[in-house]
Design a protein around this ligand. Structure first.
Ligand code: UT7
Length: 329
């Protein structure tokens, strides 16, 4: 009889930001040339964003993911061939198909035939992907997974729409998740409400050799904001209940980095001081599925998030989707 591992644990993290760093001032100047008015002050006051990174033409989500995976593998002390599952969370895949995970597997030089697939849950994608990988590891289907969030949102931004184009950036984050008898992922809580599809979407689709509908992101920011602040506290409390822990047991909150005001509201509701929240939105903007693993890796590499600590990851986004994962590092 095979005994399944009790836990799946993060043993390495990595991240990558493309080198083109675009400040609010630079973006505002570029938009002004098109007759679109915005300012550093407006963007900072409403979102907390100061800058974002944009990938150069021809650089795709798999390229950003590759760099993040290589760092995560190094941190875990593993070779690419040790990996037996890859899940990529992305809404900006390299192609319609095959999956970005398949392209990434090839770029990593993995030839062991391991299963690979993408998860599409927009900005909640990473917590969805981590939950799936955790379940597969605990079921004995895999032992060492790469779970990746990788995005090139700059490709789907409408630079004529100041209400959205100032918010997003490109980047990737990755973790190695391994079977373990030591506590790792403690609980997850995932949700979706498809009745809100229209509030944050890229409505276009490929049909008959053409893109039908707009291939650019559209968002009702206020509607997303209101839904987000309502659901994040509930998801956090659900994971704490499932794990038998209290809010004061959380060492670090690593939320999706969309807007500093949403993060502050969640922290306040959970009675966590902002000193316990990893915040990267000022430098990264909203990188959708990449934002949580990017922030987690930043927390680990800055020496803030340490082994044995309790970390709450939270995502919210298009779908409408939301969820949380509570884990021990
Ligand atoms: O990652 C998925 C999850 N996404 C989110 O969590 C995003 C959630 N939403 C938000 O973060 C916020 O709603 C936004 C940052 C998108 C917008 O902030 P807001 O405080 O809700 O602003 P608003 O939409 O109410 O706009 C306020 C004003 C408007 O002008 P009027 O109508 O008051 O005259 C906008 O036209 O700000 C104007 N505005 C801008 N002004 C300068 C909108 N975008 C800009 C801009 N620069 N870029």
């Amino acid at each position: 009889m095979t005994l399944h591992p009790r836990y799946a644990r993060i043993t390495g993290t990595g991240s990558y930001l493309p080198p083109r760093h675009v400040t609010n001032h630079a973006l505002a100047a570029e938009l002004a040339e098109r007759g679109i008015e915005t300012s550093h002050e407006w963007i900072v006051e409403r979102t907390g964003i100061h800058a974002r990174h944009f990938a150069d033409p021809g650089v795709n989500s798999s390229d950003l993911g590759l760099q993040a995976c290589q760092q995560a593998l190094q941190a875990a002390g593993l070779q690419a061939q040790d990996i037996d599952l890859i899940i990529v969370a992305t809404s900006t895949p390299d192609m319609v198909f095959p999956s970005t995970a398949a392209i990434l597997q090839h770029k990593l030089g993995i030839t062991n035939g391991c299963p690979v697939f993408d998860v599409q849950a927009v900005c909640s994608g990473f917590v969805y992907a981590l939950t799936v990988a955790d379940a597969m590891i605990r079921a004995g289907t895999a032992r060492r997974a790469l779970v990746v969030g990788a995005e090139v949102f700059s490709r789907i931004l409408n630079f004529e729409d100041r209400t959205t184009c100032v918010l997003f950036g490109d980047g990737a984050g990755a973790v190695v998740l391994e079977a373990s008898d030591e506590p790792g992922i403690l609980a997850s809580d995932l949700h979706a409400d498809g009745s809100h599809v229209g509030i944050l979407c890229v409505p276009g689709h490929v049909s008959g050799g053409k893109v039908l509908g707009s291939p650019l992101l559209t968002m009702d920011g206020q509607a997303v904001f209101k839904l987000a602040v309502g659901v994040l506290e509930k998801a956090a409390r659900a994971t704490l209940d499932k794990a038998g822990l209290q809010e004061q047991d959380i060492d670090w909150l690593v939320p999706h980095q969309a807007n500093i005001r949403i993060m502050q509201s969640t922290a306040r509701k959970l009675r966590l001081p902002m000193e316990k929240v990893i915040v990267t939105v000022q430098d990264h903007g909203n990188t959708s599925a990449a934002s949580i693993p990017l922030a987690l890796d930043h927390g680990v590499r800055s020496g803030q998030v340490q082994k044995g600590q309790t970390v709450l990851l939270e995502g919210v986004g298009g779908g409408f989707t939301w969820g949380a994962v509570l884990l021990k590092m």
